[in-house]
Design a protein around this ligand. Structure first.
Ligand code: PLP
Length: 486
């Protein structure tokens, strides 16, 4: 015999005592606000000791632990050992700083727990509003569509799939690549991001299809070389189908000549995609926007709100000029996703019709909060400021005989090194020492075979004093290392 089920679910995971839970919740919020406002006083980064790593090797917890105890573990063993990109002297890779506003929006989104794959709900309308704002910013037509994704790596991949549909027709979705008989080729500069290469791999086109176009002295794609490569490929029977321009290259912050590429793409009838991972949003900055001229002519743009946009991770974004083609690339006619005239399943295009993901979180909310609370002008000013800081850092490096600038400072990235007889290992060691000291966290890259200290200034908290601290620490460590290793 079945026993009757109780009126209140004994299996509910809600707190048995909402008041006690509430005070702990407020404590957790206060802790994170403290963390945010004391960031500059903390080390940028510190390696986790073995004693901490051991905690993360325990097996599946089958039995409950008090929330307070788990939170305590978070404060002790997780919070101090994160990557540190909120800190004003985190300059590694291209990481955004995030804001307390974005953090609160994330909490609200998590509380709502909306599945923003589709359906008749305002969270979808919020996402479409941000898409409309981006159309306005990019100068795209009303027929353009867009959506949030994890990051630009995914956006590049999904943009490529739409370009593939444009080249081969929607039949490619059923027939696959082989049957059309074309040998597709894609084009991007030697400075383009690895995710552009990976996109060809994931799409089954293969990375051999990528023609790597050389760059000029300013690290911008050489458009004449691009034109020549396309002609060569056409003559050899290939089908050029995807040109990628970069707006803000990951190594040095170069912006390709987007208008010149757009002219060529138009002439050649080839899809023009822009990887604007961090650079595209610089359209918000009056002084930087002219650098991006031609962006409005792209067929697709990939960018990240989580870099210069200061929205907490993750918040990648994709926009496609031809919304119908975008939908034709991803929408799937299955009964359980059918649209109805009324009710929850009504509404037109859903985000799941425009990308790989069906279930998806409410990423749009943190971008919507960020844009509304700060306004795009203010976010643009943050971007301009980081570029001015980069220019200042570049000037100080040029004035310092022990240092050498390795690339022109074009946007917000500064690549330099400490002069030494065997500079690569010394500069690699300087960066590791800087990171482990907790003073500053630049990263490294290779420029023309030379190892560079790379400072990417993305964070709204960074100041001129932080540039001075970075330089002083670099010189001190460089001097120490070159004295002990002559
Ligand atoms: C960061 C970056 C990417 C990758 O973006 P994710 O958000 O990390 O996936 C691609 N291209 C460029 C130019 C980037 O700076």
């Amino acid at each position: 015999m079945n026993t009757p089920l109780p009126d209140n679910s004994p299996d509910s995971l809600d707190p048995p005592d909402w008041d006690a839970f509430g005070s702990l919740a407020h404590q957790m919020l206060n802790d994170m606000l403290d963390y945010c406002h004391t960031l500059p006083e903390r080390p940028v980064w510190q390696p986790a000791p073995e004693s901490v790593r051991t905690c993360f090797r325990e097996g599946l917890p089958r039995h409950p632990t008090d929330l307070a105890a788990v939170h305590h573990d978070f404060l002790q063993n997780i919070l101090p050992y994160a990557v540190g990109n909120g800190h004003p002297r985190f300059m590694g890779w291209v990481h955004g700083g995030g804001t307390p506003v974005g953090m609160l929006a994330e909490m609200l989104a998590a509380g709502l727990n909306a599945n923003v794959g589709g359906r008749n709900q305002i969270p979808v309308a919020v996402e479409w509003q941000v898409v409309a704002w981006m159309r306005e910013l990019f100068g795209f037509p009303d027929t353009a569509s867009g959506l949030f994704v994890t990051g630009t790596s995914s956006a590049n991949h999904q943009a490529l799939l739409v370009a593939r549909t444009a080249a081969l027709g929607v039949e490619v979705r059923r027939q696959g690549l082989g049957t059309a008989g074309q040998r597709l080729t894609a084009y991007a500069s030697a400075e383009s991001h690895v995710s552009v290469v990976s996109a060809l791999d994931y799409a089954g086109i293969g990375t051999d299809a990528l023609r790597t176009i050389p760059v000029n002295a300013r690290y911008e794609l050489d458009v004449a070389a691009l034109a020549a490569a396309i002609s060569r490929d056409r003559a050899a029977g290939y089908t050029p189908f995807w040109i990628v321009g970069t707006a803000g290259s990951v190594n040095v912050g170069a912006v390709d000549d987007l208008n010149a590429i757009a002219d060529l793409a138009e002439r050649e009838q080839v899809w023009f995609h822009i990887d604007g991972a961090y650079g595209a949003l610089a359209l918000m900055a009056a002084d930087l926007a002219p650098r991006l001229r031609g962006i409005e002519r792209a067929d697709s743009i990939a960018c990240d709100f989580h870099k210069w946009g200061q929205v907490p991770y993750d918040a990648g974004f994709l926009m496609i000029r031809d919304g119908a083609l975008h939908q034709a690339t991803f929408a799937a006619p299955v009964a359980y996703l059918n649209r109805q005239a009324r009710g929850l399943a009504s509404g037109g295009v859903w985000p799941c019709d425009l990308g790989i993901d069906l279930s998806r979180g409410f990423r749009a909310l943190k971008a919507w909060f960020t844009l509304r609370v700060y306004g795009s002008d203010r976010l643009g000013e943050v971007m301009s400021t980081t570029c001015r800081l980069a220019a200042y850092l570049g000037e100080r490096i040029e004035a310092e005989p022990r240092l050498e600038l390795l690339a022109p400072v074009m946007l917000n990235i500064v690549c330099f090194r400490y002069r030494a007889t065997d500079p690569d290992p010394i500069n690699a060691a300087i960066v590791m020492d800087l990171q482990e000291s907790g003073i500053a966290a630049p990263s490294t890259t290779l420029l023309q075979g030379r190892l560079a200290i790379r400072a990417a200034l993305v964070n709204h908290r960074t100041t001129q004093a932080d540039m001075d601290i970075l330089l002083a620490a670099t010189l001190a460590i460089g001097t120490r290392l070159t004295c002990t290793n002559p």
